[in-house]
Design a binder for this molecule. Sequence first.
Ligand code: NAP
Ligand code: ZN
Length: 351
Amino acid sequence: MSTTVKAYAAKEPTSLLAPFQIQRRAPGPEDVQIQILYCGVCHSDLHTARNEWKNTLYPSVPGHEIVGRVVAVGNQVRGFKVGDLAGVGCMVDSCGHCPSCAEGEEQYCENGFTGTYNGPVFGGENTHGGYSQAIVVKESFVLRIRHDLKELAAVAPLLCAGITTYSPLRHWQAGPGKKVGIVGLGGLGHMGVKIAHAMGAHVTLFTTSPGKVADGLRLGADEVCISKDPEQMAARASQFDFILNTVAAPHDLDAFLNLLKRDGTMCLVGAPESPHPSPQVFSLIFKRRSLAGSLIGGIRETQEMLDFCADHGLVSDIEMIRMDEINTAYERMLKSDVKYRFVIDMASLAD
Ligand code: NAP
Ligand code: ZN
């Protein structure tokens, strides 16, 4: 039998998130039922709740940085038992047989993965995310958590911010001898700094916020550049092997492309509501530079990232909020006023 659980939803693009009830299916043979303890707040949640990408299905229950405790498992589940800690990220299903799925890159599923919220990417029934008390997910999309229980809330953001930065940093081989730039110190950016540093790269943080310089260095950057200062930018021209751009708003990409060496790459992970005003083709052709993009990461790589973070003692820097503080949290996120990820204490939903 399905169960009714408490959640928070946006009913339309302009409405505040408010209490809502959803149904969760009874766990099938391959399913894991998780009591959600904490859920991180990703900027994608805000883009979706407000229909900024023009594809939101309402009512919308966001949340794809989910951690909690297993409370039931189907009879074919082998990797989890009741009482285990578990995580769920941005996807809960994919076709399982296309070339991308076969290579463990379910996020690029050619038939469209099913998002933890907002349903299958190529259309279909809505799904409801982690701003809720419980979720039922098939085992192959559930992640194991090796961190200590006391760190659990700070592990939640790894499920999106962690993998979205880890995957491109691995793909473009950030490591010793590489000069890597991270643009934007928000939820994604602060994990990018920590992970790139742990991989052994030389890390430069680019921020628009002078007040974040000390934090950038504390989090693992070797140096911090104020990206609004043309002199600081000019001093770094043509130096970088790889730049990971996490900015959630349209901005001048040429300013960063010009920092790449010959054959360097800038990868965009930020997904603004409207297009960037650049690049100029000349920023690319004179040094055979590449502009690329990357979407979250596959399940196997998400597990690899969680294990990497456990091995290196990495978690997110978080500010815990109650579920009923979510609307204020969104406004603060828009002002870049979050250090560096809001995480919802789901116990507050029971009150
Ligand atoms: P966030 O916490 O709001 O961080 C974004 C950061 O970008 C801010 O902290 C700020 O850093 C910088 N920024 C914001 N507005 C800016 C502007 N107008 N000009 C320059 N810099 C600006 O957001 P997030 O959760 O990290 O997400 C970032 C973006 O990635 C969002 O668009 C989100 O939807 C997207 N995303 C993509 C994927 C993917 O798979 N590709 C996955 C998750 C999220 P400073 O103060 O340091 O300048
Ligand atoms: Zn996200």
